[in-house]
Design a protein around this ligand. Structure first.
Ligand code: SF4
Length: 337
């Protein structure tokens, strides 16, 4: 059986196209496959959510895009085309420049990603100054503009504040402003709201959506939280054990998910009308790295598993002739259920 799959979204001119991406790590116990042949693409100005539990390969795949996988022990293969250029074939220097000029990343823990010894204004303006090779004054003006843009109140006076003087949500806004100082064409946000309380999570997601619309940059949002995806992106793919198990537009996924794992994730979302009721949870745990079950990797947790599931890995394929792709032997039946 081949790992090669068609791209999820066959746009004529994608900003980013990932083909048959594999990421493997050498460990003392042997090689461990973190990403096992995924393909997807993202159009200019498009938003995409990548959903999965920890260990699903969702972050590792994007770290490969950013060139953050050290080799050895990491090994990356496949194709990662950014504006038609294969990032994996670029010299390190060019790849670093791309990372600093075209692609920016926002991480989960803003507090530790910021430099505690530098004012937030200096951190934002320094990035802009290096990017634009402009004067300090111009960079400072831009930092105020960006702090305004990410809705940090009294931006001018708070330029001189240090990260420890900011709340977690405000630090995340500073991180986003720093990423925007690069004027990226692609922003990758890796669990940007996980460390924040629910109200602040909402505000940050709304902010990211607004900024994405205002600047026209493409946005990839990596998260374990389907609720976050529902609010912020148009299209999503669901990863399990290093592979894509389902993809499609978000409205379709919520209305008619066909993969039992996606359905389980949706069922386990807290709902206003189920307050007080026990939350559904998918039984079992994802397979440990290096211990992938044969056949469909989800079969030990799947209540629909049949004999075929234990021996034959399902490939991603369209259901109902639409753009929704599902890797499940029973997708056709389950999509009606
Ligand atoms: Fe479940 Fe089988 Fe579908 Fe895997 S292929 S999700 S085990 S029904």
């Amino acid at each position: 059986m081949t790992d090669r799959m068609p791209p999820i979204d066959s746009r004529a001119d994608p900003l980013l196209a990932v083909h048959d991406l594999h990421v493997r790590f050498d460990t003392p116990h042997g090689p461990v496959q973190a990403v096992g042949g995924v393909s997807w693409s993202l159009g200019k100005g498009e938003t995409l959510g990548i959903i999965g539990e920890s260990g699903s390969g969702k972050s590792v795949g994007l770290e490969a895009v950013m060139g953050l996988i050290k080799s050895p022990p990491g090994h990356v293969s496949g194709e990662i085309l950014f504006d038609g250029q294969d990032i994996l074939k670029l010299p390190d220097r060019v790849r670093r420049a791309l990372r600093g000029e075209e692609i920016a990343m926002v991480f989960q823990d803003a507090m530790s990603a910021l430099n505690p010894g530098m004012t937030v204004g200096s951190q934002i303006s320094e990035v802009y100054r290096l990017r634009r090779r402009c004067s300090n004054d111009e960079a400072r003006r831009k930092a105020v503009e960006l702090m305004d843009l990410v809705r940090i109140p009294s931006a001018k006076t708070r330029l001189k504040a240090y990260p420890h003087e900011f709340s977690g949500g405000m630090c995340q806004r500073v991180m986003i402003a720093t990423a925007l100082a690069l004027e990226p064409r692609l922003l990758i946000a890796d669990e940007p709201t996980t460390a924040l309380d629910v109200t602040v999570q909402r505000q940050i997601m709304a902010l990211l959506s607004e900024l994405q619309r205002e600047t026209g940059m493409a946005l990839v949002l990596i998260t374990h939280d389907l609720g976050v995806v529902a609010e912020a992106v148009n299209r999503a793919l669901v990863m399990y054990a290093g592979r894509i198990v389902e993809s499609g537009d978000v409205a379709t996924l919520f209305r008619a998910a066909a993969h039992p794992y996606t359905r389980g994730l949706i069922q386990s979302m807290p709902r206003i009308d189920s307050r007080g009721a026990d939350l559904f949870s998918i039984g079992g745990t994802p397979p440990a790295a290096g211990r992938m079950p044969p056949g469909c990797a989800f079969h030990p947790r799947c209540q629909h598993a049949v004999d075929r599931c234990r021996v034959e890995r399902p490939e991603l394929a369209p259901v109902l002739g639409g753009t929704q792709l599902v890797a499940c032997h029973l997708a056709g039946e389950l999509s009606h259920g």
